[in-house]
Design a protein around this ligand. Structure first.
Ligand code: AMP
Length: 408
């Protein structure tokens, strides 16, 4: 089955083509896609930068003057069969298209085939996820234009958290908030679920039997506590702004600060949104960068604000890990993933150090080795510790395969 996966964001769009012949693919390491494309809209005004990579190693880079998303999409899809980057003979060979959709609200607790009703729900949920759902819908419509009525699957980033217990989901405001959908949804669910399942696979144990904490630490950061095969607590909430400190997002702050800024400092809602989403976090505190590599380099060179940004990041990470632990009465494995989680031994070491008192112990040599999809805990550690390369696109492809096969 040839599965095209679209992961559309505001500034970039990643697409991959997988070929899954049977379920044996799911038992081993994730396969390489046949073809991958990355479209970057934001680096230069009016230009979409396109990079195509195939499993044969062919790389094609192109610049397209920015048109509509569907016009760019059509040109990107043409590279699937064009001579230099050909991986299929004709677009009709694609069996199904899977989309990452950020917000599925309370209705969608698993992936679904896209229908007119699903499209309407994604559009309606744009009021909860204005930066993401409209773009996800544009991706679905661009595929309709390019490939006609091919089956499309929506895979929701909120779905894995849809069974949060009420105590973790309800905000302690007026109950009417909850009735109108103001509750904790959680995000990065595709990544949390993939990494937790992969850890179970690496441990050779049933996923449903494990108690896990997954630390997704990238530009966006969130943790999840997982038991009985689903998320029972997570750090992001109503929006992806809650929880950990991130590259440019503040994470949780006293809501009184927002009231103060609106009332005393004359902030508008738009300015507040911009400050909390784009001018806070590592970038806001350091004044240097949102990139953890530059923060670490700056701190090592004696930049005190970079050091402070790093200290706040670690403090908040550790305290949120403690909060996740509180929803599990045992911990079998701790998983680090995404850009920082996979690549920064020092952040992993700092995070784990706080839990040494509970018997959690890294193997310092394995931790430094930059391994991926391996256990980096010391043999005597009471908890296994993994770095796992998150593969959201592969997780979306698997969901498509299962959903289409369940319908045959
Ligand atoms: P992501 O959103 O998953 O692409 O992750 C992006 C984040 O990962 C950025 O903050 C990068 O600075 C960080 N990152 C990538 N490589 C490293 C590294 N070797 N050490 C520390 N942080 C890294």
């Amino acid at each position: 089955m040839k599965i095209l996966v679209l992961n559309a964001g505001s500034s970039s769009q990643k697409s991959c083509l997988y070929d899954i012949t049977d379920s044996a693919h799911f038992g081993s390491s994730p396969p390489q896609p046949l073809w991958e494309s990355l479209v970057d809209w934001n680096r230069r005004q009016g230009i979409a930068e396109v990079k195509i990579t195939t499993a044969r190693g062919t790389v094609l880079e192109r610049e397209l003057s920015t048109q509509t998303r569907s016009a760019v999409m059509a040109q990107v899809l043409d590279t699937l069969w064009q001579e230099k980057t050909r991986v299929i003979d004709d677009l009709s060979e694609i069996d199904v298209v899977g989309h990452r959709v950020v917000h599925g609200g309370q209705q969608y607790c698993k992936s679904v085939i896209v229908t007119a009703e699903v499209k309407k729900a994604i559009a309606d949920l744009a009021s909860f996820a204005p930066l993401h759902n409209p773009i996800n819908l544009e991706g679905i419509e661009a595929i309709e234009q390019a490939l006609g009525d091919i089956p499309q699957v929506a895979v929701f980033d909120t779905a894995f958290h849809s069974q949060l217990p009420l105590a973790a989901a309800v905000y302690p405001g007026p109950y009417a908030w909850f009735e109108q959908g103001i509750r904790r949804y959680g995000f990065h669910g595709i990544s949390h679920q993939y990494c937790a399942r992969r850890a179970a696979q690496l441990m050779g144990r049933p996923f449903e039997d494990l108690r896990l904490i997954v630390c997704h630490l990238g530009n966006g950061c969130s943790l999840s506590a997982i038991r009985d095969g689903h998320s029972v607590d997570t750090t992001m909430g109503f929006t992806p702004l809650e929880g950990l400190m991130m590259g440019t997002r503040s994470g949780s702050i006293d809501p009184g600060i927002s009231i103060y800024l609106l009332r005393q400092e004359g902030y508008t809602a738009d300015r507040l949104e911009r400050v909390l989403n784009q001018e806070s976090g590592l970038k806001g505190i350091s004044g240097l960068s949102a990139d953890m590599r530059q923060i670490a380099t700056g701190a090592a060179a004696g930049n005190t604000r970079a050091q402070l940004a790093l200290d706040v990041f670690i403090h908040r990470l550790r305290s949120a890990m403690g909060a996740m632990l509180a929803s599990l009465d045992r911990l079998d494995a701790l998983v680090f993933t995404a850009g920082i989680g996979e690549n920064s031994p020092s952040i992993r070491a700092a995070a784990c150090e706080a839990f040494q008192c509970l018997g959690l112990q890294l193997d310092p040599i394995e931790n430094e080795r930059h391994p991926v999809d391996v256990d980096i805990a010391a043999p005597e550690s009471a908890v296994r510790i993994f770095t796992i390369h998150t593969q959201e696109d592969w997780a979306i492809a698997q969901d498509c395969w299962h959903l289409i096969n369940s319908q045959i």
